[in-house]
Design a protein. Structure first.
Length: 350
């Protein structure tokens, strides 16, 4: 039976690949729910703006990460295709206060629509209330936002649990093929412990790994801020505390988390042959494959920020111009890649 040990605290690619074709919109009918009357973004249908100019602001956490850079590019490309649409992209970093101040500035400027990747989901009620009060449709991107009553804002992104399931299944397949045993192997599961999508991804990976492996090793959970640097720094102590471990399996909330830990292991002298790292994104894991390096990064779940950004922008424009209500959920497709097929699958290393 898998055990879990927490370190510090318990506990998101990228090529242009047919953006809208990879996305499945889950309408209110599909989800069995009616779009809530008080949810931001659902009231614009009666105020369709025709074909006039629009300004949409895209507020992104950690906007310098490659996934979010690609997401912004996808939104800008969709805006250009739509015609007479301006996208203002704002990098919020990890600052929730900046998220609120930039939201207030966008509302004061009278923007037509707001898309947000919140630095902290806890600001959801405040964000939704402000957008509702201003009568501006709001779309949550990547991370779900809920109001004070638990109603979710319209969302474009990925299914966290399903993503984790795919990662866990691949990790179990590689673990079984390697012939390792639980006695001399440990799993490091790394990510931001207070972010719901991270919890879903990490728990999803653990679930399917346990189903696919005949004997599941101990899972060591490592809480980070989802950056390469934090994962690299915090993994050091965890590795030092487990000198008896001969083989390591690594998965994370995003490519930054997983590659940071794999780098830390290799810096500590662990051979790439003794590491099975399965990334989530592929935009960083592919760098070792592109360079032809011997690496512990063995596979990655490919996700496209470009697709999410373009789908979010398209949904917002349809709402504002055509009166088409924002779908409650729009889920992007994913698939697994490795050193043998990442180029053929369209992953672009930047």
């Amino acid at each position: 039976m898998t055990t879990r040990t927490w370190s510090r605290t318990r506990s998101t690619a990228v090529a242009v690949v047919g953006a809208t074709a990879l996305l499945v919109s889950l309408t209110a009918c599909d989800s069995g729910q009616e779009a809530p009357a008080d949810a931001a973004g659902t009231s614009a249908a009666g105020d369709a703006g025709g074909s006039g100019p629009l300004e949409i602001v895209y507020l992104q956490k950690q906007g310098d990460q490659q996934y979010f850079v690609d997401e912004a590019d996808g939104a800008k490309a969709a805006a250009e295709a739509a015609g007479d649409v301006t996208v203002t992209v704002v990098n919020l970093g990890t600052d929730s206060n900046k998220a609120i101040s930039e939201l207030d500035a966008a509302i004061a400027r009278g923007v037509d629509g707001i898309i947000m990747v919140a630095p902290d989901q806890a600001i959801g009620p405040q964000v939704i209330e402000k957008a509702n009060a201003a009568g501006i449709p709001l779309l949550a991107s990547d991370d779900i936002l809920t109001d004070a009553d638990g109603n979710e804002a319209p969302f474009v992104g990925f299914d966290g649990t399903s993503m984790g399931n795919e990662v866990g299944t691949k990790a179990a397949e590689l673990y079984q093929a390697a012939g390792w045993t639980a006695a001399d192997t440990a799993i490091i599961a790394v990510g931001k412990p207070d972010l719901s999508v991270c919890v879903q991804r990490l728990e999803g990976a653990a679930d399917t790994f346990g189903q696919g492996a005949s004997d599941a090793p101990e899972i060591l959970d490592l809480g980070t801020d989802n950056s390469v640097t934090d994962a690299l720094n915090k993994a050091g102590g965890l590795i030092t505390a487990h000198q008896d471990v001969q083989h390591w399996v690594v998965w994370g909330c995003n490519d930054e988390s997983e590659t940071g830990v794999v780098t830390a292991l290799q810096n500590a002298g662990v051979s790439p042959d003794s590491i099975i790292g399965v990334g989530l994104g592929a935009y960083l894991t592919c760098k070792d494959w592109k360079a032809g390096q011997d690496t512990g990064n063995k596979a990655a779940l490919y996700i496209s920020g470009y697709d999410v950004g373009s789908a979010a922008l398209d949904a917002m424009v349809a709402d504002l111009r055509d009166g088409t209500p924002l779908p409650p959920k729009t889920i992007a497709a994913t698939h697994m890649v490795d050193a043998s097929n990442w180029e053929a699958e369209g992953v672009t290393c930047t």
